[in-house]
Design a protein. Sequence first.
Length: 302
Amino acid sequence: MKKIVVFLTMFLSVVSVYAQGDLHIYTVDNKDGKITPLMIQKAFTKNGFTIGINSDIHDGLTKKYGKSGFKIYNAISLYHDTISMRLLKEQADAGVFVPMGLAVYQKENETSLHVSVVTAQTQEKILGTESRLFKELEHRINALIKQVLPKAKHTYSQNSLKETRTLLTKYSKNLAGADWEDSKDELEEAFEEKFDEVGFVMPSYFDFTDNLGKESPYDFYVTYSICKIDVIRAVSQVRPEAAAFAPCTTMIYKKTNEDKIVMGFSSVYNWMSSANIKDKASRKALMKAQTDFEAVLKAVTK
């Protein structure tokens, strides 16, 4: 009998480890409204992080649609000044998480505020690789959230949906010996123009080339934060925690030993899978974004 009990305990422990969702979610009482996204932002900037943008989704939705359904809804993009640079040197495609997202939200009828962030394990799943740096970064972020929200309860999002499509969308432009600096300028100009044409906005841009130092394996490394309010609106009604994937970061880089420029982003299939999105309207909006995103990258890398 004891053996059966021990076995069941071990089995349930294993199940609980593998059943956790793809997003950390912190929930804390905020009846008085004293906890704000700016308070959370300041905690990160004081502890080695740089903020890409603290986007007020609530304000954006209200201006465009008349209401948002939230008291607070912000998407904060951030990266760590040293860990994230080490990560880029080690893992070229990690740029889709530099900066990465932090969602802060509280619905109109709620007294609790929530903070969501993608787990290190999920980042590794998306990139198809592992690194202790993802876990180091996760530890720093979780510790800071606990520091600024000491009474917050930690949970995970619902179990992710199965997804067989590629979680990382990548395209590359063969330079065929052409000057990479001219090619970079032309590509970025076309990229910005075409994204504007399909209704995306690019609230922040980072050039990490100098940050990576003399031992950088790249001729250049830049990332764009990109978002579309229509997509956020559709998803926010069913899975506001999915804003941890927003704004979407697009990486553009060239390794010094390669004759090509690589572009890529974390596929919207991750929103569907990690946030367990089954709602048809939300999935339709996300798929439209994926199609538009890919069309732009195809056009500028052909």
